[in-house]
Write a protein that binds this ligand. Structure first.
Ligand code: PTJ
Length: 247
């Protein structure tokens, strides 16, 4: 939890208020873009419809995602301005639990925001933050939006892309990456593109993925592969959509 926040923990909408507070702070610190505020509002409305809790199908997706990250040759957790504001320390913990790299990759890329986000992540314990080298390109995306690190997202086999715009999610999938997407909107193109769509709030999803990864630390390759194979992406998307429509 953030140090400065003064939201009473017993407030019925504590989590939602905390999320807003972190995004607001992110904008003030030059981490989150103004468009990030709109993305946050969109996410919040879907979370409200989902009952502001992790669906059993989302928990299964988080388990599969943890197994997939552990199986990866080279996994990268992609960070944008919203993710950096909402779960900086939690992403560092997930990277530690799975051996993944962290890379800043922005939709609205500016050098100032890149630097502010990298500094913010280092303040939360990240030792190595990729994305600043920007010596490779995601094919099909125009110049600034397509910049990535050759040693990072460009060469990764598994990429976690939370709260991502549909074009970028599609372009990464076309590069042959195994994509894990966290997005509260099950109808959005990004989760529909993903091998593992996680329809959950990133504030709940990332710590739960880390808990699963820690539980799986001693699992064999076969056990991890069985978890990934048993995961049903269509069912996950359908269950989230039904949960929203049945409200
Ligand atoms: O920092 P940048 O420049 O890389 O820009 C980041 C944003 C998020 C502004 C950019 O990627 C963007 O415009 O994204 P979209 O197209 O608005 O998509 C964001 C998706 O994330 C939407 O489908 C939201 O429903 C979803 N979302 C928002 N907040 C959360 C969320 N999903 C999970 N947890 C959240 N807290």
């Amino acid at each position: 939890m953030t140090d400065e926040v003064e939201i009473p923990e017993d407030h019925p909408r504590y989590q939602s208020l905390l999320t807003r507070h972190r995004i607001e702070e992110g904008v003030e610190k030059g981490i989150t873009s103004k468009q990030g505020l709109i993305a946050e509002g969109r996410g919040e409305s879907f979370d409200y419809l989902l009952g502001e809790e992790t669906l059993p199908s989302a928990d299964e997706a988080e388990l599969a995602a943890a197994a997939q990250l552990l199986l990866a040759e080279h996994a990268v957790l992609s960070m944008n301005g919203n993710v950096a504001a909402l779960v900086p320390g939690e992403i560092v913990e997930l990277a530690e639990a799975t051996g993944a790299d962290i890379e800043v990759n922005l939709f609205n890329r500016t050098e100032e925001r890149m630097q502010a986000i990298a500094d913010h992540l280092r303040e939360h314990g990240a030792e190595n933050v990729k994305g600043l080298t920007a010596d490779a390109r995601i094919p099909g995306l125009e110049h600034e939006r397509g910049k990535v690190d050759e040693e990072g997202i460009y060469s990764a086999d598994v990429v976690l892309v939370p709260l991502e715009d549909g074009d970028r999610a599609e372009a990464l999938a076309e590069m042959g990456k195994t994509e894990i997407v966290i997005d509260l909107n099950p109808l959005s193109r990004s989760p529909r593109t993903a091998a593992i769509p996680i329809i959950d709030n990133i504030m709940r999803a990332v710590p739960n993925m880390t808990a699963h990864a820690r539980d799986l630390a001693d699992a064999s390759r076969e056990e991890l592969e069985a978890i990934v194979e048993a995961f049903d992406r269509e069912k996950t998307l359908e269950e989230a959509e039904h949960a929203i429509r049945d409200v």
